[in-house]
Design a protein around this ligand. Structure first.
Ligand code: GDD
Ligand code: MG
Length: 343
């Protein structure tokens, strides 16, 4: 079975995190979001993956290559200018056959893909859309459906006075390949606003799958922080870590001085050095190739990769992006190599 990731969006709501990298590559518990989601697909035996890329596509291609180092078979389909969600799917038609999964690349969920596929087959649907219930659906695609589990209407990002359901499109679909014939080629098309309503109007069956009880769209800074915190309390499924069982995870080649105090939960990436008399934790992620200077104190913070924290620095509630050098104490800030600003 194949999976297609829509990974071309700009991720403007995550600025400044996405100035340098595309949104699907923001690290969640030390691992790019896209890699995390592909690792989960591997557990289901899905290794043939198509990546529909546009914004900062080189970053994604350089990281994953052809996928062989990750146990995956990856193909890239590039857009010169954004084709929208529907146009991007159509653009991948040459690689897609039979029945396949499609994912928005900015979500985390605990959907059981075997169950979703069985449901799709049982419902004999052209498309199955995973839905999840949210309190405020106004930034999502609202879906109404009947008692047999088939969609009856769609409303993308409704205004507050036009909310007809709290079930929203969770950004995970199963498509039968023949649906691709319904999408016009070479133009910007929205799958949510144009194609799903068109399929309904034609009388095609769109099933809704409700088996999703953990779901997060990493669309905002607040949600980005939440995803990492959910990892620490075991709410977010992490293929190789379970913080309910173990409070400190450390990757190979770390150098941690004996006098360092680690207060779990803490995640320490590869080649991290933590110098003497430092206190790390709770709820701290140290990305790969990071150096923490003597006598520093870091709590409730997400550090990406290749970061230097100088000696005697206190950091609390910060997100620090790749290659930053931290020379001053910081609280509640996003620190990038160029600037520091409040979260
Ligand atoms: N290749 C490509 N080209 N990918 C794109 C393009 C494009 O032009 N536009 C968006 N994408 C990708 C994004 O990278 C993201 O992974 C996915 O398509 C969805 O785009 P978002 O920009 O994140 O959409 P949204 O969050 O506002 O809304 C969508 O997701 C919600 C759930 O998180 C919709 O599908 C909603 O209906 C849904 O509820
Ligand atoms: Mg989104």
């Amino acid at each position: 079975m194949q999976a297609l990731f829509l990974a071309g969006g700009k991720g403007t709501r995550l600025y400044p995190l996405t100035y340098g990298i595309p949104k699907p590559m923001v690290p969640i518990m030390g691992c790019p979001l896209l890699e995390h989601n592909m690792n989960i697909l591997k557990l289901y035996g899905i290794k043939d993956i198509i990546l529909s890329v546009c914004y900062k596509s080189a970053y994604i291609k350089n990281y994953f290559g052809n996928g062989s180092a990750f146990g995956l078979n990856l193909k890239y389909v590039e857009e010169d200018s954004p084709l929208g969600t529907g146009g991007a799917i159509k653009n991948c038609e040459r690689y897609l056959k039979d029945t396949f999964f499609i994912f928005n690349s900015d979500i985390l969920s605990n959907i059981n893909y075997y169950e979703m596929l069985n449901y799709h087959n049982k419902q004999k649907a052209a498309v199955t859309i995973a839905v999840t219930r949210v309190d405020n659906p106004s930034s999502y695609g609202v879906i109404n459906f009947d008692k047999h589990g088939y969609a009856t209407s769609f409303c993308e990002k409704p205004s507050a006075d036009n909310i007809t359901s709290h079930f929203i499109n969770a950004g995970v679909y199963i498509f039968n390949a023949k649906v691709l014939q319904e999408i016009p080629a070479g133009k910007n098309v929205s799958i949510e606003k144009e194609i799903f309503p068109k399929l309904l109007a034609e009388g095609q069956k769109i099933a809704v799958y409700k088996g999703c009880n953990y779901w997060l769209d990493i669309g905002t800074l607040e949600k980005y922080v939440q995803a990492n915190q959910d990892g620490f309390i075991g709410k977010l499924f992490l293929p190789n870590m379970n913080f309910r069982q173990q409070s400190i995870y450390s990757q190979p080649n770390t150098k941690i001085s004996k006098s360092v105090i680690l207060r779990g939960p803490v995640y320490i990436g590869e080649n991290v050095q933590i110098q003497a008399n430092t206190v790390i934790g709770p709820r701290v992620i140290l990305g790969n190739n990071t150096v923490i200077g003597k006598g520093s104190n870091i709590s409730d913070s997400i550090l990406w990769n290749r970061i230097q924290v100088k000696n005697e620095i206190k950091i609390d509630r910060c997100i620090i992006t790749d290659e930053s050098i931290v020379k001053n104490a910081s609280h509640n800030n996003i620190i990038t190599p160029e600037s520091t600003r409040p979260i």
